[in-house]
Design a protein around this ligand. Structure first.
Ligand SMILES: [Zn+2]
Length: 528
């Protein structure tokens, strides 16, 4: 049950970006009942908050917590950052919709991103995913996008080919059902097979379905390297031609030869808006990215799915071609990620096979040297011995580009965290929000009010959360109370250290963290 509570004399950051002001805030029945000076408690307990900041609960506009929300309902590292709502289903990866025929394939597909998925962790639709979450309970709220891969695996499978008109219609029907059930939109993952195999006709058909339902099209675009600007054009054209609003996922320019492109990319977004396209973007505040190891391969290597890749790896000529491609010696293909950033900038962050555990935290050069093999041989070994379930961190971004993106007016904060307990993940899953509100604000990236706006109302607007993201009477009482010394402590070498400076976290008026301690309450809901 939500507690009625009077928060006295907090410095209120209302989420709009307006300067903070000292005010009382009265919570009643899970909502903000009043905001003003010298409010009466009306019998409710009083929380003295002088000197502390009170903001709307942070919204993680982009993460991959689909699976862990089923397994760890308290979501400690998210609540500890002041996050009260997560957006899952990103980059084409979602745990639904699965048909009886596609369920096994969807499990395998999702497993490559975050480790083994069991048979009761994929769902025929959002309704049953939501029921499973609600049955277990969850500390915070969840917003879900439909992953394009799930649609394509259900209708087309893993084949690398254009979908027929009938198949497009089947995917549209599946998508429409989930959007009506409450999914916030569709996510594309155009570097990830099988989403990557879609042509413009398929993408436009699905975008139109998104538009017809008043929802959002989110996209991990086709490339963030030398092909960044062209890939942005592809996405912007889809938005223009369908009329759907768009969110470009984790905008970045990866690989040293491509550093310095961010100014052009941001201008392109502004131009698109001038021409009437409603587009914004999310990005995490770190110069490294993270994904699964299969992202290093060309997309056609995964044609037919993971088992087909394994079969191909037993062919000497395939392995030789792959080796040449990866190390930039095949001049007939665009440069590979490995050739752009180097094996030494690819770090192994998580494995499923216990026999490979010692490799976590090492880069591909160090790890290969320790085994007296080459980095390429190690890659093949990881794919085969870890069933492709190896997570990697890639040091590939320029600080200036990162700064330009994360301070731009169209930016919102998304951690892109890939939660995988017991591994050495990217620290963004444990530090993103305090990093923005603390460290980067103190370094002068933005004023605190602007930082909070990027973590609250901007995302609430984009995902249609009309009663969240602002401190205003009538809004749901998702709130975070923190002090000026708020700080992230997760680093690439110690990635799971929790932040400090967050005092209280409320979800729908219930206290889920009190004086920095989790209360164990699970008031969160699947929204939409
Ligand atoms: Zn992505």
């Amino acid at each position: 049950m939500p507690v009625d509570c009077l928060i006295r004399e907090a410095r209120v950051l209302d989420g709009t970006g307006a300067p903070w002001f000292v005010s009382d805030v009265l919570l009643r029945d899970g909502r903000i009942a009043d905001v003003g000076k010298s409010l009466h408690a009306e019998g409710a307990p009083v929380l003295e908050a002088r000197g502390l900041y009170l903001a709307p609960g942070f919204i993680d506009a982009h993460c991959h917590d689909d699976l862990i929300c089923l397994r760890e309902p308290e979501r400690v590292e998210k609540i500890a950052q002041g996050v009260t709502t997560l957006v899952v289903g990103n980059c084409s990866f979602s745990l639904y919709p699965a048909t009886s025929r596609s369920a096994m394939d969807l499990r395998k597909h999702f497993s490559t991103l975050l480790g083994e998925v069991s048979s009761d962790e994929v769902f025929d639709g959002l309704a049953s995913y939501r029921s499973a979450i609600h049955a277990r309970g969850l500390a915070l709220n969840l917003v879900s996008l439909v992953g394009h891969a799930a649609l394509r695996i259900a209708v087309v499978g893993h084949e690398k080919r254009v979908a027929t008109i009938a198949e497009c219609m089947d995917m549209q029907a599946l998508l429409a059902k989930e959007l009506r059930t409450g999914a916030a939109g569709l996510s594309l993952g155009l570097v990830y097979p099988p989403s990557a195999y879609a042509d413009r006709n398929e993408l436009l058909a699905l975008s139109r379905t998104v538009q017809e339902h008043g929802k959002l099209l989110a996209a991990h675009i086709r490339g963030y390297e030398g092909d960044l600007l062209d890939s942005m054009d592809e996405f912007i054209d889809l938005l223009r031609d369908s009329g759907a609003p768009g969110l470009l996922s984790h905008l970045q320019s990866a690989g040293r030869p491509n550093w310095g492109q961010m100014g052009k990319a941001l201008n392109k977004l502004e131009q698109a808006r001038q021409q009437g396209t409603d587009i914004s973007f999310d990005m995490y505040p770190y110069p490294a990215g993270s994904s699964y190891i299969l992202q290093l391969l060309p997309t056609d290597a995964l044609e037919g799915g993971f088992d087909a890749l394994v079969a191909r790896l037993s062919q000497t000529d395939f392995r030789e071609r792959l080796h040449l491609y990866l190390e930039g010696k095949d001049k007939t293909t665009p440069p590979s990620k490995v050739s752009l950033i180097g094996w030494g900038n690819v770090r192994i962050s998580g494995v499923s096979n216990p026999g490979l555990k010692a490799l976590e935290g090492l880069d591909m050069v160090e790890a290969a040297a320790g085994l007296s093999i080459t980095p390429f041989e190690l890659l093949v070994r990881l794919i085969l011995e870890d069933q492709g379930q190896t997570g990697i961190v890639m040091f590939q971004l320029d600080e200036k580009d990162l700064h330009a993106a994360c301070t731009h007016r169209l930016h919102m904060v998304g951690s892109d965290g890939l939660p995988r307990p017991g591994t050495k993940p990217h620290p963004r899953a444990y530090g993103t929000f305090p990093r923005v509100a603390g460290r980067l604000r103190r370094e002068g990236w933005f004023p605190l009010e602007d930082a909070v706006c990027r973590m609250t109302s901007r995302a609430a607007e984009r995902f249609g959360l009309t009663d969240r993201g602002l401190v205003r009477p009538g809004m749901v009482a998702d709130l975070v109370l923190f002090d000026d010394a708020i700080e992230d402590h997760a680093t690439f070498d110690s990635p799971t250290r929790l932040p400090t400076g967050i005092e209280h976290v409320f979800v729908a008026g219930e206290i889920v963290m009190e004086k920095g301690i989790m209360t164990g309450r699970l008031p969160g809901r699947v929204l939409g």
